[in-house]
Design a protein around this ligand. Structure first.
Ligand SMILES: C[S@@+](CC[C@H](N)C(=O)[O-])C[C@H]1O[C@@H](n2cnc3c(N)ncnc32)[C@H](O)[C@@H]1O
Length: 241
């Protein structure tokens, strides 16, 4: 049996899947402009402050770009395990040359690059933590906490699930209203699209346990800072010394 980490890697390290993802990225990003901006604004830095943040599962850098735009003196460390996504990212980040670098990390394994061992000023992640098992979500939040400087923030933008079928139905109804072709697309997925979809939803869980993971890792100021239907921005900070 293929395990979930392997099938996730098969999606994100496949030229074809990444090409398909990148081809549709611009359209998806149009709907995400506001949460991208808000995540940047939630970071507690002054407009002109020099700081470095880490974007975990950065992909082509959509979340990092929002932060780099908001804080012109900031620099980013983009962490991912897909060389295909990093290659696409280098194209997307051309105008940020000198303000970012990519590092390799496998969030499912919990091994971090040596130069991200401590004192991180801020960590963000978007649309990737849901690819991890619950154990690894919890482990990752602990690892982030241990590596953050005192007072450093972690913010995560991700989809969540819900147990109440009436709520799930409501989320779907609104999404289908926004994309009138959604129901047809759902019913007519190619085998590749179905595999990508199953990989996408496999480890999505509800919000509450994830807030609990943050709190038990030691974070304070834990909150859901934004929510629209099944997408949320949540996070917290390592207590100041
Ligand atoms: C849906 S994309 C999101 C990319 C970007 N954060 C964004 O918001 O557009 C998911 C990203 O997570 C990365 N990823 C998935 N599992 C990972 C893992 N175990 N370790 C490191 N990166 C991973 C993928 O390579 C991909 O770049």
């Amino acid at each position: 049996m293929v395990d979930s980490a392997e099938s996730n890697a098969a999606v994100w390290k496949s030229e074809a899947s990444v090409a398909q993802w990148v081809a549709t990225e611009e359209e998806r990003e149009r709907a995400r402009a506001w949460p991208r901006r808000l995540l940047a604004e939630l970071l507690p830095f002054a407009e002109t402050e020099e700081f470095t943040f880490v974007d975990l599962g950065a992909g082509t850098g959509a979340a990092a770009r929002a932060v780099l735009d908001r804080y012109p003196s900031s620099t980013a460390v983009l962490a991912d395990y897909s060389s295909q996504m990093m290659e696409e990212g280098r194209r997307a980040l051309a105008e940020y040359e000198g303000r970012y670098r990519y590092v390799e990390i496998d969030m499912a394994a919990g091994r971090w690059p040596d130069d991200l061992a401590d004192d991180l000023q801020a960590v963000i992640s978007s649309l990737c933590v849901h690819h991890l098992t619950d154990d690894r979500k919890q482990g990752l939040f602990r690892e982030i906490f241990e590596r953050l400087a005192s007072g450093g923030w972690y913010l995560n933008y991700d989809p969540v699930s819900v147990d109440d079928p009436a709520v799930a139905e409501t989320w779907q109804r609104v999404q289908d209203r926004r994309d009138p072709e959604a129901a047809t697309k759902r019913a007519n997925r190619t085998p590749e699209e179905e595999a990508r979809w199953q990989n996408h939803i496999r480890h999505i869980i509800a919000l509450d346990p994830q807030l609990g993971f943050l709190r038990s890792a030691g974070f304070e100021a834990v909150d859901v800072y934004w929510k629209e239907l099944d997408h949320v921005i949540f996070g917290g900070r390592r207590p100041p010394a």
